[in-house]
Design a binder for this molecule. Structure first.
Ligand code: AMP
Ligand code: ZN
Length: 463
């Protein structure tokens, strides 16, 4: 019985090793992990006698490895998660070849990205019960894109989504948490945290716009806004909450806006009594995930008070992403700025609550401030989703909602209108707290792009 148990574990370790080999390059961390697993089994073997151990280790197994790994019913990605946890918890021991603190930090970041990419790829292979394709992207490519995690202009979420095989949210969240030292500050259980990121990502639907790529975009935008001055007043716990809120703020979105859900008497509208239907659903789902599955409970290391506070802040922020409260929020924000000045630390609790929500709300709307080649993709996606809702409204004989008629609404007009009437006035106020030059230049270029498109459309119409 004992022997049978050991033989299975040993085979699994070899499968793991071959799995990594199949992916081409192997990072140091992956190599270390594999050798550690093997050493563990070696030690077990040792207890059974050195000769027998040596004979077993020398066995060359030719069976296809990845297939083997994926179809092993007892395969448990927890092994890799264990390694992840260990990696995060062990601080740099100074043995790194890198010299400057910056280089050491970058090296640590590289290892982290490799570890998480590896873990995600292995989960995917196990889930699909098939070999990962030879063309599956490598974690080095992911790392090269995540190096721009702090940049508004150079972070390309679409490219990251492609090279990471759809794991952009988990990887970006890991990188952002790393940037803010949240793993260390709150002693977060890395396995549970990455599990949570993964679960959140999987709960986003494949809508044209409200999907995990949008969540990732808003998360990274929130991160940049925080580090550019809009989040200077935040405590560590508030930072954690704001980033979490950004990540989950549209989770489970069905691709239909609130008025549509209310008018069609959708189950969710009934459940939430027509009040911020989507947003209540997102906030609910975000917490359901961590409460229903303890292996996804990112908050497990927090004190009860911290958990309570975190939940309160996240729910508040997510509910305030409802566009129905946009103008009310902007007016209150303006009043606070007029009455208390630009230093949010001097605002009262109600003001701070508002300021926290304004960070994610601003991140949610400033896709138009990204470099034009990225912003146009967002514009096209958001309008595409509106048009799909319009198609559904037509099909069920309902009056078409604004911007939802594909026959009469152009992407260009929707984008110029949204940028000029929603985003620019918002940035005017946000600009009283932080330097918004990079956001303004982005939206100006975007508007210029679509104004030129509009002029072309109008010229064609006249012919
Ligand atoms: P959310 O649904 O949480 O993403 O709320 C943000 C809302 O802002 C979206 O539902 C859209 O209605 C609107 N929005 C965001 N970006 C754009 C854009 N580029 N063009 C038009 N509307 C946008
Ligand atoms: Zn959103």
């Amino acid at each position: 019985m004992d022997e049978e148990w050991f033989r299975k574990d040993y085979e699994r370790a070899v499968d793991l090793m071959n799995f990594v080999r199949r992916h081409g390059t192997m990072s140091q961390l992956e190599a270390d992990f594999i050798s550690e697993v093997l050493q563990r089994f070696n030690r077990l073997l040792d207890t059974r006698g050195p000769n027998e151990a040596k004979r077993s280790i020398d066995v060359r197994r030719s069976r296809s490895s990845v297939d083997g790994l994926a179809t092993q019913p007892s395969y448990n990605p927890g092994e890799m998660d264990y390694q992840l946890q260990r990696f995060i918890n062990v601080r740099d021991d100074g043995t790194s070849e890198s010299t400057t603190p910056h280089e050491q930090r970058l090296e640590r970041f590289r290892k982290l990205v490799h570890a998480v990419s590896f873990s995600l790829r292995a989960r995917k292979a196990a889930r699909n019960r098939k070999a990962a394709s030879a063309s599956e992207p490598q974690s080095e490519e992911v790392f090269n894109l995540l190096r721009f995690i702090n940049s508004w202009h150079d972070f390309n979420v679409f490219a990251l989504s492609t090279v990471s095989g759809g794991n952009e949210l988990e990887l970006t969240a890991t990188a952002v948490f790393h940037e803010h030292n949240l793993f260390e500050i709150f002693s977060l259980d890395v396995t549970k945290t990455v599990n949570y990121f993964h679960a959140v990502s999987k709960h986003y639907r494949k809508n044209p716009y409200h999907n995990s790529v949008h969540a990732t975009d808003v998360l990274q935008s929130t991160h940049v806004l925080i580090t550019s001055g809009l989040g200077e007043f935040l405590s560590d716990l508030e930072k954690l909450a704001v980033l979490l809120a950004a990540m989950v703020h549209d989770i489970g979105h069905l691709g239909y806006n609130n008025p549509f859900l209310v008018d069609t008497k959708h189950d969710l509208a009934l459940r939430y009594n027509d009040q911020s239907v989507n947003e209540h659903y997102h906030a609910c789902l975000a917490f359901q995930i961590m409460h229903e599955d303890p292996s996804c409970d990112l908050t497990s290391s927090l004190t009860e008070n911290q958990s309570k506070m975190l939940r309160k802040i996240v729910v508040d922020i997510v509910l305030k992403t409802d566009m129905a409260v946009h103008f009310t929020m902007l007016n209150s924000f303006t009043e606070y700025l007029d009455n208390y000045g630009a230093n949010v630390e001097e605002w009262d609790e109600e003001g701070r609550t508002l300021a926290r929500a304004m960070i994610v709300h601003t991140a949610d709307l400033t896709n138009v401030s990204r470099p034009t080649h990225l912003a146009t993709q967002w514009g096209t996606r958001v309008v595409d989703e509106m048009w799909r809702q319009g198609d559904e409204e037509k099909r069920i004989g309902k009056a078409l909602s604004p911007l939802c008629d594909r026959e009469t609404t152009s992407v260009a007009s929707a984008q110029v209108g949204f940028s000029n009437f929603i985003v620019k006035p918002l940035l005017e106020q946000v600009g009283r707290v932080m330097d918004v030059g990079f956001l303004n230049s982005g939206v100006d270029a975007y508007v210029a792009h679509y104004e030129a498109e509009l002029a072309k459309e109008q010229a064609t119409d006249k012919k």
